[in-house]
Design a protein around this ligand. Sequence first.
Ligand SMILES: *Cc1c(COP(=O)(O)O)cnc(C)c1O
Length: 227
Amino acid sequence: MPFPGLPERLRVVQDRIAAAVARGGHGQRVEVVAVTKTHGADAVQAAWDCGLRAVGENKVQEALSKMDEVQVPIAWHLIGHLQRNKAKFTPRFALVQSMDSPRLADALHDVGVREGTVIRVLAQVNASGEESKGGYAVDAVRADADRLRTLHGIAVVGVMTMAPFDADERVLRATFAGARVAREALCEAGHPARELSMGMSTDYEVAVEEGATMVRLGTILFGERTP
Ligand SMILES: *Cc1c(COP(=O)(O)O)cnc(C)c1O
């Protein structure tokens, strides 16, 4: 078996998630998205075998080639920046977590309409205001919310955010709370925005305390990535 420590690591993570839900008081369900980027298709199989039902990949091509290698009906989430010329591949993903601009929203809508489907997306929010990070500003989500409702080729089912690397707890909480505010704005505009994807290996407990419904975990499940 390729990732022998995975079942035990996952058990520990799930216990910590349950404790964080109790502390945070949001009462939400939390889905673990196994981030399999840089690993082989065996990581996807291993995730499936221990009961996980979603994997996250940050590159379209890498994800597509793994899709061809594994036969399990797991949900593929795109979590990395998507170039508009690759939007045509998104019908193969259960969720595009990285819709980071109005122009990408348009491109995804076009694909949905053309393919006769609805692309499920999360609005990626840059809630920390870091210059280097992509994504909608929180106010920009609010400003685009009504227009997004007219794009019937996409369904905006929530918000995704990334906290700054190595941020202290105060910054983490402010970032995650900002994402929550963005989701609220989408809900008020009539979107079915139930999901709040936030939290990675180093900060998922704080994210869950702040209401995360999805955590994206790579290193803590599969070990360090070798690039
Ligand atoms: C790589 C990645 C993760 C997982 O990071 P870990 O620290 O290994 O858990 C989560 N989200 C996104 C967007 C990523 O690119």
